[in-house]
Design a protein around this ligand. Sequence first.
Ligand code: NAD
Length: 270
Amino acid sequence: MIEVKGKTALVTGGAMGMGLLWARYFARDGANLVLWDINAEGLDQAAEELRGQVDVMTQVVDVSDRKQIYQAAMKVQAETGGVDILVNNAGIVFSKPFLETPDEKLSATIDVDLKALFWTMKAFLPRMIELNAGHIINISSASGFIGVPRMPAYVASKWGVIGLTESVRLEVRAMQKDGVGFTLFCPSFVDTGMFEGAKAPLLTPMLTPEDAVRIAYDGFRDSKYMITAPWMVGLTPALKGLLPAKLFDVISDLFGANTAMDKWQDTRQK
Ligand SMILES: NC(=O)c1ccc[n+]([C@@H]2O[C@H](COP(=O)([O-])OP(=O)(O)OC[C@H]3O[C@@H](n4cnc5c(N)ncnc54)[C@H](O)[C@@H]3O)[C@@H](O)[C@H]2O)c1
């Protein structure tokens, strides 16, 4: 089992939602925390809650900004000695049909949900490789395996997170640095408010944030690489590979996967 006591865990988007729940688990098990978010007020509240248990460093960082990430990372290295566990959790979603989605929304989604992982991994992975110790947890989604109408940029980012993690993991494997671990977490809908109004497809009911992060955290502690929640999400790639595309489309229609985002409401962005 991966030991986290005394380690330093950095959680992006750690001010609220699942990021805050990750932070609570790390604090419970004695890991010191670095929390990044754009929500300064939320960071203050999180720090106030967790500071009695472990050391908590908070930084207002917009993870869509590469320079902010590199600057904040240098400060983290200097003040904490380095990050042992990185959780790339910050995320945004915007839902409209592709051709009606403003260019800025398409770009911002890729910047926050995918490109930020380039910069955080470039900032923190070298030390992990040098020490042959550390763990990177990247949050993808069930939508990292399928197409979903009305959120193509989000889906593209989550497919990207899987491809990126897989490729970097294989590079680290080729270096024979088996002390550096990777975890991909792919949940279906989770009731944090990010997907307000979305309708969970058949067989993948809306998860509570507590259940989702418990499954992910326990899986990470068990060194699992790919964690899906609920577990049947993990069948999707096999089904897609085996079934003809037209049949898969019809099954997705029947399960409600293709209309899940029809009534989504924006509760996060202005
Ligand atoms: N909620 C779901 O149904 C669901 C399902 C699958 C995957 N996910 C993924 O799980 C992760 C967490 O989702 P959540 O539901 O807890 O979302 P949330 O909206 O509750 O929390 C996201 C956090 O990220 C922060 N954030 C947003 N933009 C940022 C930026 N530019 N820089 C720094 N911080 C930023 C927010 O302030 C917030 O604290 C995301 O990557 C999301 O895509 C969520």
